[in-house]
Design a binder for this molecule. Structure first.
Ligand code: ADP
Ligand code: ADP
Length: 235
């Protein structure tokens, strides 16, 4: 099953002399239930690729699908709904709401969707919290948690609505090596246990070594696309 696909995607920012080609002719299929790492130097087009997949930026040419939905011609409202209901985001800055508890933060996606979680959804959210080692912490506020715990709350929030696809942009950038390992192992386990699909953007080869597949971007194109075990012999 294909979770997301880019076909011939190019992205040019600006026009004329100031035009910058951020992506040129990217073809990429992401299989469901996999953890894919996207690596590459600064300015190579990683963020642009993630933004185009999330419908936050329009491709200049080519097409992008999430599941069986071609998002290329969706309007802004449709894209916002797609992001809210079918995509999850985890960032380096955890973006937790300081005044809300752990449970309040994790159920925020339902509030943003204009409703309360159903009983079944609350059961799922609590299962997630337990699975992430946060079961005893649901009444705490973010400042009462370690960095690794806060990042796990952000992951729980990204998973709360069971999105088809999760984008994690440098999710371990602010964590020590032990918390990083916990978060990465967790992301990988989620792909195994819940058939969750994760796209991880990272500079960190250790982070990428947790992936099933590593895509190296250089100058807006895919330079290498390898299984994680092959990547070890490349570097
Ligand atoms: P990465 O995430 O790998 O650092 P980006 O996707 O952010 O790379 O950037 C790819 C290229 O596109 C770079 O040359 C960058 O300067 C340019 N770029 C990114 N965003 C914009 C923008 N909003 N306007 C103009 N140029 C941009
Ligand atoms: P909403 O009105 O529902 O917040 P947005 O389009 O602002 O809709 O954001 C939808 C999702 O996209 C959110 O989960 C948000 O965290 C994520 N998002 C917003 N801006 C960016 C960005 N610049 N880069 C990556 N993700 C973003």
């Amino acid at each position: 099953v294909i979770a997301a696909e880019a076909k011939g995607v190019s992205k040019v920012y600006g026009t004329g002399d100031s035009a910058t080609t951020a992506l040129s002719g990217v073809d990429l299929r992401i299989e469901s239930g996999t953890l894919t790492a996207i690596m590459g130097p600064s300015g190579s087009g990683k963020s642009t690729l993630m933004h185009v997949f999330a419908g936050l930026d329009n491709a200049t040419s080519g097409s992008v699908s999430i599941g069986d939905t071609d998002i290329t011609n969706l309007n802004d409202n449709e894209l916002t709904l797609l992001r809210r209901r079918r995509l999850g985001f985890v960032f380096q800055a955890f973006n937790l709401v300081p005044t809300l508890t752990v449970l309040g933060n994790v159920t925020l996606p339902f509030e943003l969707d204009g409703r309360k979680p159903s009983t079944a959804e609350l059961v799922w959210v609590r299962e997630l919290l337990a699975r992430l080692g946060l079961g005893m912490l649901e009444a705490r506020r973010p400042h009462e948690l370690s960095g690794g715990q806060q990042q796990r709350v952000a992951i729980a929030r990204a998973l709360a609505m069971r999105p088809q696809l999760i984008f994690a942009d440098e999710p371990t950038g602010n964590l020590d090596s032990r918390s990083s390992r916990e978060v990465l192992t967790l992301l990988r386990d989620l792909t195994r246990e819940y058939a969750q699909t994760v796209v991880l953007v990272t500079h960190d080869p250790i982070a990428a070594s947790h992936a099933d597949r590593i895509i190296f971007i250089a100058d807006g194109s895919i330079a290498h696309d390898v299984g994680a075990s092959d990547a070890k012999t490349l570097s």
